[in-house]
Design a protein around this ligand. Structure first.
Ligand code: PLP
Length: 402
């Protein structure tokens, strides 16, 4: 296996120097410094169009809402707005306000959240055309009282799911806070009817990071969803959430969108519903890299540790969810021996590791590294832990826009 297995169109070496799109990343580091997130806008567009194309091929009527929690870098979200090919999925009043400030109309925003406060409901009341997916009877009661007659969606929990990691499972054997379960679904429908709020959408999000091998389970989840849809003839839209996965390891198969779309199409047709989806990571993960400086290369008890000037407070996928990154030196040095190493951050926590048993050309202190597949849930989840919360962010626009 090549240590450069992650090379793809738009992320490759030219004359030994790593480029994202047309940008030489070592050049960018000279002006921007590190740590720096860099996103390739043309890749975002390609990822989004790939989903549209797959669903269009099977004539699935659909709308895509980008899950803003994955990345809210303003130029990036503005780019999505200007593309005009998706709305926004938001999960807090501030995300809703940001979406509006960036020009998304209320009708282009869906709000799906949990533990909704009365203050949140006041925000929703001030945005009457934002579609709300309600995930508890409590929210249903309070929203219906504050916003009489407002059409809503019900977030259901099919108690089946699939996810890259247990911590990313939203519906499965373990009972979670998300959605309304089968045992109280009729009660929720009766409550909505009694309070005079029409239910026009059902929503579920089964977990994040599913791949082709999970499609059989996805199929089963959708079969179970039929039971819910059958009970509400007024429901015309099924929101299937996010969770579409991106290959992270050399032998990951990824998600075959054509196969995925056939499953979605078959169920959408049977249920007679339009499809909504809320991808986050699928649109963003492989779009971005986090550029860091290597400050320490040292062996400790047989393990070669490479220390960098960023920590899991800027990108936590490995520390929290075991989701690996790829690592790309900004300058390729074929003469350096290939070694096995651990890449660790600069935060004083044991979980502050970016990767273990990584095979790459031995770096030296002062080298720069791109942490690949860092575009989603990085800056948007970042914290100032150890007061190391600073970073830069850049977006590369396609030539046609530059
Ligand atoms: C309701 C809902 N929709 C969409 C998403 C986006 O998920 P992903 O980034 O895995 O596509 C999430 C993520 O947790 C979610 O909870």
């Amino acid at each position: 296996m090549s240590v450069h297995w992650w090379i793809r169109e738009g992320l490759d070496y030219r004359d030994g120097e790593l480029h994202l799109g047309q940008q030489n990343l070592a050049d960018l580091v000279k002006s921007a410094g590190t740590p720096t997130f860099v996103y390739d806008a043309s890749r975002i567009a390609a990822n989004l169009e790939r989903i549209h194309t797959a669903l269009d091929k099977y004539e699935v009527e659909h709308d895509i809402f980008f899950a803003l929690k994955a990345n809210r870098y303003l130029p990036l979200v503005t780019f999505l707005k200007l593309m005009g090919r998706c709305g926004l999925d938001v999960c807090s009043p501030n995300e809703m306000r940001l979406g509006r400030q960036l020009g998304f109309h209320e009708e282009q925003i869906v709000y799906t959240n949990t533990s909704v406060s009365n203050e949140d409901i006041e925000w929703l009341a001030r945005h009457p055309r934002v579609h709300v997916n309600v995930d508890s009877l409590s929210t249903l009661r309070r929203l219906a009282t504050r916003c009489p007659g407002r059409s809503i969606g019900l977030r259901i929990n099919p108690q089946m799911g699939v996810a890259y990691h247990d911590h990313l499972a939203y519906s499965g054997d373990k009972i979670t806070k998300f959605g309304i379960y089968e045992d109280r679904f009729n009660e929720a429908l009766a409550l909505a009817s009694g309070l005079g709020v029409p239910v026009n959408t059902l929503h579920f999000h089964m977990g994040s990071g599913y791949m082709t091998s999970d499609l059989a389970q996805f199929d089963q989840v959708l079969l179970r969803i039929h039971q819910f849809v059958k009970q509400c003839p007024a429901v015309k839209t099924l929101d299937i959430g996010g969770g579409l996965g991106v290959p992270l390891r050399p032998d990951d198969e990824g998600l075959d969108l054509d196969q995925w779309a056939t499953v979605v199409a078959r169920h959408a047709r049977k249920m007679g519903v339009k499809i909504q989806l809320e991808p986050g990571d699928y649109l963003l993960k492989d779009v971005g890299v986090l550029l860091v400086e290597i400050n320490t290369v040292e062996e400790k008890r047989g393990i070669l540790f490479v220390g960098v000037n960023a920590g899991f407070n800027l990108q936590n996928s490995y520390a929290y969810y075991d989701m690996p990154y790829a690592f790309a030196p900004l300058r390729h040095d074929p003469a350096a021996p290939i070694v096995r190493l651990t890449i660790a951050g600069n935060i004083n926590e044991a979980i502050d590791v970016f990767g273990e048993e990584i095979e790459m050309h031995r770096p030296v202190e002062g080298d720069y590294l791109a942490i690949v597949n860092a575009g989603g849930y990085g800056s948007s989840m970042s914290s100032n832990h150890c007061m190391r919360g600073e970073y830069n962010e850049y977006i590369l626009f396609p030539d046609s826009l530059a």
